[in-house]
Structures are given as C-alpha cells and as structure tokens.
Design a protein. Structure first.
Ligand SMILES: [Zn+2]
Length: 504
C-alpha cells in the first residue's frame, strides 16, 4: 500500500517516502515519521477554521500511524504568546486586547482557552497528539533560534522596533508560494512605491520585537537584548526542531498560512539549521466557506461550531461532515449540507446494525490497532476484499475521504443478500476502520439504551442563570453561560417551558 500526498512545496502529488527510508536523506538516523501541525492562538472560542485544522491533523496522523503502521511522533502547538493582527508584524496585540476584555491576564486567558480547545477536540474524537507544547514554555529555544540567525548575518535591527530577517539574503525565499517568487517581488519593489516601515525589503519579518512605550505588557519576556516579544513565526521553528529534529517529514496547516507564516517559517529554519528542505512534505487544507463564501468577519457570515451544535447536531455529525469533503477542497457549510451529513451518519448506523457481531467485537477490541497490510491477510471474502482495496485506494490517493465514504456506504447496500461469512468479514473491516480512523460512533450505540443522565447541580445553577439572563435580554451573558455549560460537557437547548440539558 503506497500513500500519495499533495506536496505544496512541489505543487504535485508525490509518493510518501519518509525520511528514514529516503536514500537522499543525510541527517542523523531516524526511526520515526515526524508530523507537525500549526494550531491556534488560544485567545477566543474555537471557530470552524480551527476545527477543520484539528480534524485534518487528526486525519493525517491516524492514516500514518493506524493505517500505514508507521512509528510516528506527532505534534501540534498552542500559541499562547503574543500575536499581532493576522501574521504580520504590526497592529494591535490580540491576546492582550482579549485579556483586557475578560478582565484577566493574558496568561490566564491562554490557559482558559487552551482548556476549552482541548475539551472541544476531545468531543470531536480527536485524540491528543504526542507532543502539544506551549510557546511560552519554549522561550529559550526561540532566543536560541534568533541568535543562530544573528551569528550567520541574516538579520538587522530597526532601532526601537526589533530584530528583522533580511530575506534578500535567501535565494529561494517564497518558494512555497511559487518558484520564482523573489523575481516577482523584485518587480513589485522596483515598480511601485511601497512603504517598507524601515524594513529593507517588503518581505522582511520580525524575529524579535522590542518593548516599546510605557508599562509592561503581559506577554513580554526578558532576553539578551532586553525586554521583547518573540516574532510570530519563531515558536513553530524552535519547537518543531526541538522535538522532531531539524529536518522532519510533514508540516501541516491551513492555506491561509502559506504566504506569510509558513513562508517565513521555512526561511528562518533553513537558514538557522542549514537544512534543505527543512520539511519534506508541506500539506495544507482549504478554507471553510458559508454558502459559497469564505467565512470571515468582514463577510459577516461566521458561524461558530457552538451555534451549530445548538441546533441539535452532534459533534460526531460535524466530524462525519468533514469526512465527506476532501481536505484540499473548500468546506462549504450550509444548513442543508449539515442536515445531509447528520442523516447520512444515522443511515450508516442503521446499516451497521445488520452486520454487527458482538462476539467478533469482543475479540477485536483486544487488538484494535493493526495496520491494514497485516489484517487484510485474514480476509477470505472476495466481496469484502474488493471493498477494502477500493477504500484503501481512495485513502492512499491524497486522503480522498469522500470517495472512501462513498465506497463504505456502497459496500453495505447489498448486505441483505450477503452470505454470513461476508457479513462477518465486512464487520471486521468496517469496525477497524471506524476505530482507527473514522471515530464517528458507527457501532457504539448499537444495542444500548441511552440512559438518563444525572445533571450536576452546578450545571443546573448555570442553566437557571442563563434562563434569567435570556428573560432580561442580556444575550452576551446568556451566551457566556451556554459556553460554560458546553465546556462542562453538557448541551443546553431552549424549550417552551425553559430548557433541556443533554450530554455532549
Ligand atoms: Zn506554525
């Protein structure tokens, strides 16, 4: 079984050959596949972009580890250090602004939202990654990165502002965007008047930003150059190198990170660590749309995952929905497509009941993770063998999950006419696929009554307060209380006579 993935760096689908098996790799000997995914700044509630990022990272990790059977080290970061608007070097500091709004320090704000993010992803059946570091706990590594670049004369100082990377010294700067990016940029710089804000080149970026103005800001740190903020891109370079080494296999993130964050992450890492390429495969997932338009504040069409859940959808419906869209296609969120995903999952669960075998389940639960190359050896049914081969071919073709879901559904269409042996083996195949990759609970509810849930008194108190806030038309408070209830693992929905609480 061979995995092909689209590499943004080369702009084509490539056979995945990990560095440890690559004859061209000359670095220190590796025995693992290193995977890094750029995760969010923890200063507000998760939005759909965050959910898609985490879902895609989970998909890639699960395919490498559970399906391909590689020994992997996977990591994602929590950005809990300074962040200006977007990925640029100017503007207002987002974390500090949000912290002031909530009457807490930036550190406490980061802790609060990291917990909410972790809970949210847990409900989406996204297991923890091997390493989930915080930027604030890796300040020494970031200082070290900048020192390396200074020692190699890649930097310059703008007094009263910061230490900047001189991108004119990097021949292939911007290669993630397109091959002759620098030539294109030189054209722009020569032909137009551009305000460089004291920078030497339009693409130069901050590695350190000095303390400016009166008073101390929450996220500033001491460094050999005085009080400073690390640059936006420093943490990903420093932390991934610490845990995955200077050269590793896959770096993942959203398309929006390509022009600035990932471009600069590559530039500073390749110069500091002298590795080319820094990462062998660069994978990016596409934006989330709402009714065909990019979800954004300026379009006024942002829907939060919490709002979606409020409409009686389940976390697992959202997860299922993600599987039905290829990660490199726009994920178009509409009410009707969400409904379709919900019904498709319900139908699939009903079909699964026809092949469910509790005895086989008990045996399989003992050894649930078994790479597909190994466990398919036991399949004797041609029907099941063909279905499995087709599903894996789809997955190996740049993680074509919509195609995989279509084949999975098809494989159950003629279940009524199947021989017992076919049914049993189909169950074995689909059960493993569910447990190792899908995790949309296709089997877990079968044969079980949904028991009445005892609601903790703390949650009832919050729900009563929320009801009162709604009566008082204080919708900000009522939203806050709802989020609090969600963060405690319960869903609240309004009814004629008050509210109803269910378990998430
Ligand atoms: Zn990053």
């Amino acid at each position: 079984m061979q995995l092909h993935i689209y590499n943004t760096l080369t702009r084509q689908k490539e056979l995945f050959v990990p560095l440890m098996d690559d004859p061209k790799y000359t670095g220190p000997k590796k025995d693992f596949v290193g995977f890094y995914s750029c995760w969010p700044t923890v200063y507000s509630m998760p939005h759909f972009g965050n959910v898609r990022a985490s879902f895609t990272a989970d998909l890639i990790r699960n395919v490498l580890k559970n399906i391909m059977g590689y020994k992997t080290i996977s990591m994602t970061n929590f950005t809990d250090v300074w962040h200006l608007r977007g990925d640029s070097d100017d503007g207002e500091e987002k974390m500090e602004k949000a912290a002031k709004k909530e009457w807490m320090t930036a550190r406490d704000l980061a802790k609060k939202y990291e917990k909410i993010f972790r809970d949210f992803f847990k409900w989406l059946q996204i297991d923890d990654f091997d390493i989930m570091p915080r930027a604030t706990e890796h300040i020494a590594e970031q200082i070290d990165l900048v020192k390396k670049l200074e020692a190699k004369w890649y930097t310059y100082i703008i007094p009263g502002d910061g230490v900047y990377m001189d991108t004119s010294k990097i021949d292939d700067y911007g290669k993630l965007l397109w091959p002759n990016y620098k030539k294109h940029l030189e054209g722009i710089q020569a032909g137009e008047r551009i305000d460089l804000w004291w920078k030497k080149n339009i693409t130069d970026f901050a590695l350190w930003k000095f303390h400016v103005g009166e008073g101390k800001r929450d996220m500033e740190r001491e460094s050999p150059r005085g009080v400073w903020f690390p640059g936006r891109h420093a943490e990903c370079s420093a932390m991934s190198s610490k845990y995955l080494w200077n050269q590793f296999d896959i770096h993942h993130g959203g398309y929006d990170l390509i022009p600035i964050h990932h471009t600069n992450e590559i530039a500073q890492s390749e110069c500091a660590f002298d590795v080319h390429p820094r990462v062998k495969y660069r994978m990016h997932h596409q934006f989330v749309n709402m009714n065909g338009k990019k979800m954004s504040k300026s379009e006024g069409n942002i829907v939060s995952p919490y709002e979606v859940l409020e409409k009686w959808y389940d976390y697992l419906d959202i997860r299922y929905f993600f599987f039905t869209t290829h990660y490199r296609s726009f994920f178009d969120f509409t009410r009707s497509s969400m409904n379709a995903a919900k019904h498709a999952r319900e139908n699939l669960i009903k079909k699964m009941q026809k092949i469910f075998d509790p005895h086989v389940k008990v045996i399989m639960d003992r050894d649930i993770i078994l790479p597909y190359e190994k466990f398919k050896e036991g399949i004797t049914s041609k029907y099941v063998w063909d279905a499995l081969e087709d599903m894996m071919a789809a997955l190996m073709d740049d993680l074509n999950t919509p195609q995989l879901m279509a084949i999975l559904n098809q494989s159950l269409n003629s279940v009524d006419k199947m021989e017992e042996v076919d049914k049993k083996e189909l169950f074995v195949v689909l059960y493993r696929l569910e447990k190792n990759l899908l995790k949309v609970w296709l089997f877990d509810w079968i044969g079980q009554e949904i028991k009445e849930i005892k609601i903790p008194s703390k949650i009832i108190q919050l729900a009563d307060k929320r009801l009162q806030a709604k009566k008082d038309k204080d919708f900000t408070l009522s939203d806050e209380l709802r989020n609090k209830i969600i963060s405690l693992g319960r869903e609240i929905n309004d009814t004629k006579n008050g509210y109803e609480i269910t378990k998430i």
